[in-house]
Design a protein around this ligand. Structure first.
Ligand SMILES: [Mn+2]
Length: 430
C-alpha cells in the first residue's frame, strides 16, 4: 500500500500537493492530518468524498510500503505517522519547496525552492501528460495562489506563473478559488485591527520600516494572519508583526513582510515557528512579549550588538581534541560527554569540528585508528562573543547546526548550543 501525506495545519498548497501525489502515483491513498486550516476544512466539507481522504488512524501501518511526503520535510510536522519512522524497508518519496533541509531522508526527492510546492508537482504532471479534471486543476491553483499570495509574494518564481497558466488551461475555476480563499474577516477581527491601529507605531530598523504591535486577545481568534496582513497594508511598512498574548503567557506571533531582504519565515523559525519569506508565525509558551519584540528587532538588525551577548550564555571551558587525535578516542569523548560534536583545536586555533555525522563516513574498522583530521569538517561556522543571541539563532537556522563555537581572535573561548539560545528566549523576564 502506498500513502501520501503532508504537514499539520494543512493549507491549500499542502492539500493540493497530496492530491497531486495520488495522480502522479496511481493507487496512492491521501492521508491528511487531523488538524487542517479553517478554509481547507470548509473546502473538504464539500469535497472530502471526491478525493477519498483518510486520517492516520484509518491506516494499517504494517501494510504501508511506500510513503510520499509533500510540502514538508520534517517528521515532527507529520501527524500520527511515528510508527512509519521506524520502518526500515519503507520507500519514501519527498516533494518539497522549502529551502531549509529537514530530517526526512529519501533517495528520491524532488526539492527545489519554489513559491508553491504544487508548482513542482504540476511541472511533473505536465511532463508525464497526465489528464487533470477541472476540479483538480481548481484545487491545485488554489494552493498555488495561497502560497504565492496570488503570485505576488517575493518568493514567487517564474515557474509558479507557468504552472498557474497550465492550470487555467485545464479549466481551473477562478470563482470557486476566490470563494475558498476569501479570508474570514468578521467582527472579532475588525475589533482587533482597530485596537492595533490605536497603538500603532512605526520604527526604522536597518533601513526597513517596521511595526511591531502587542495586543492582548481573549480566547481563540481565527484568521489573525488576515488582520496582520491588513495592518501592514494600512501602515504601509516593509514588515509588520503582531504579538498576540493570551492566557497563561501564551504568545502568538504573526509576521508579514513586503521587502525581499526581510525574511519573516527565517525569523519565525529561529523562535520555533515557521513560514515563508513573506509570511510566518510562531506559537510560544510563557514568553515575555517585550523580550519577543526585542528579539525580532535584533534579528532584523542581524549583526548589531545587544545588551545580552553570546558570551553571557555560552558554555566554557570547551572540551576539544587536536587534529591528531584518533577517531576511536574522539568517539569515546563524544559518547562520554553526550554531545553531538567537539571542536578540533591545534595550537590554540580552531581548525575544524568532528561530529557524530562524520562517523558515518567511516567505512572500515581500521579507519578508527586514523586521525580526526581525515574525517573532520574544516568549514566551521563560529560566532564572536559580542554578538547577540538572535544572531546565534540566525546562524543556527541558516546552516542547520545545533552548536556554534565562540571564537575571539581565532581562539575558541566557549560554545553556544541551540538549547542555550532557547533558554534565553523562554526564561528571561518570565
Ligand atoms: Mn507550501
Amino acid at each position: 500500500m502506498q500513502i501520501a501525506t503532508t504537514h499539520k495545519n494543512t493549507d491549500f498548497d499542502a492539500l493540493a500537493s497530496t492530491i497531486a501525489a495520488t495522480v502522479l502515483y496511481p493507487g496512492t491513498i491521501p492521508v491528511l492530518p487531523k488538524n487542517v486550516n479553517p478554509n481547507v476544512k470548509g473546502f473538504l466539507s464539500i469535497h472530502k468524498d471526491v478525493f477519498n481522504i483518510r486520517t492516520p488512524n484509518e491506516i494499517d501501518f504494517n501494510q504501508v510500503d511506500r510513503l510520499i511526503v509533500v510540502d514538508v520535510n520534517k517528521w515532527n510536522r507529520l501527524d500520527g505517522l511515528k510508527a512509519l519512522k521506524q520502518k526500515d524497508d519503507l520507500d519514501i518519496i519527498l516533494w518539497d519547496h522549502h529551502l531549509i533541509k529537514g530530517d526526512i531522508h529519501s533517495d528520491r526527492q524532488y526539492c527545489e525552492e519554489m513559491g508553491a510546492n504544487i508548482t513542482l508537482m504540476v511541472r511533473q504532471l505536465k511532463e508525464e501528460g497526465n489528464e487533470l479534471t477541472p476540479m483538480q486543476a481548481t484545487l491545485f491553483l488554489t494552493g498555488l495562489y495561497e502560497d504565492t499570495g496570488n503570485l505576488r509574494f517575493p518568493s514567487t518564481k517564474s515557474e509558479d506563473a507557468y504552472a498557474a497558466g497550465y492550470l487555467l488551461e485545464r479549466k481551473a475555476d477562478l470563482k470557486v478559488i476566490s470563494s475558498f480563499l476569501r479570508p474570514a474577516y468578521g467582527e472579532k477581527q475588525k475589533n482587533i485591527l482597530f485596537e492595533m491601529l490605536k497603538s500603532a507605531e512605526r520604527i526604522n530598523v536597518s533601513g526597513y520600516s517596521i511595526s511591531i504591535n502587542k495586543t492582548a486577545i481573549k480566547g481563540h481568534v481565527e484568521s489573525l494572519s488576515v488582520v496582520v496582513h491588513m495592518y501592514r497594508e494600512i501602515l504601509d511598512v516593509d514588515a509588520a508583526f503582531g504579538i498576540f498574548t493570551g492566557k497563561e503567557h501564551k504568545c502568538m506571533v504573526i509576521g508579514r513582510s513586503n521587502a525581499a531582504g526581510l525574511n519573516v519565515g527565517a525569523i519565525m523559525r529561529s523562535i520555533g515557528g515557521g513560514g515563508h519569506p513573506a509570511a510566518g508565525s510562531a506559537m510560544l509558551k510563557s514568553v515575555n512579549p517585550d523580550t519577543l519584540e526585542k528579539m525580532i528587532t535584533d534579528m532584523i538588525r542581524g549583526n548589531q550588538q545587544t545588551s545580552v551577548q553570546v558570551s553571557d550564555m555560552m558554555s566554557f571551558p570547551v572540551f576539544t581534541v587536536s587534529s591528531g587525535t584518533r577517531m576511536k578516542e574522539a568517539a569515546i569523548i563524544l559518547r562520554e560527554k553526550g554531545c553531538t560534536g567537539v571542536p578540533v583545536v591545534d595550537n590554540g586555533k580552531l581548525t575544524g569540528i568532528i561530529s557524530r555525522r562524520d562517523f558515518q563516513k567511516v567505512r572500515k574498522d581500521s579507519a578508527l585508528n586514523a586521525p580526526v583530521k581525515a574525517f573532520m569538517s574544516t568549514s566551521v561556522t563560529a560566532i564572536e562573543p559580542g554578538k547577540s543571541p538572535a544572531e546565534a539563532a540566525r546562524l543556527m537556522v541558516k546552516y542547520d547546526i545545533g552548536r556554534l563555537p565562540v571564537v575571539e581572535n581565532g581562539r575558541i573561548i566557549g560554545i553556544i548550543t541551540r538549547s542555550d539560545v532557547m533558554n534565553y528566549l523562554y526564561d528571561i523576564g518570565v
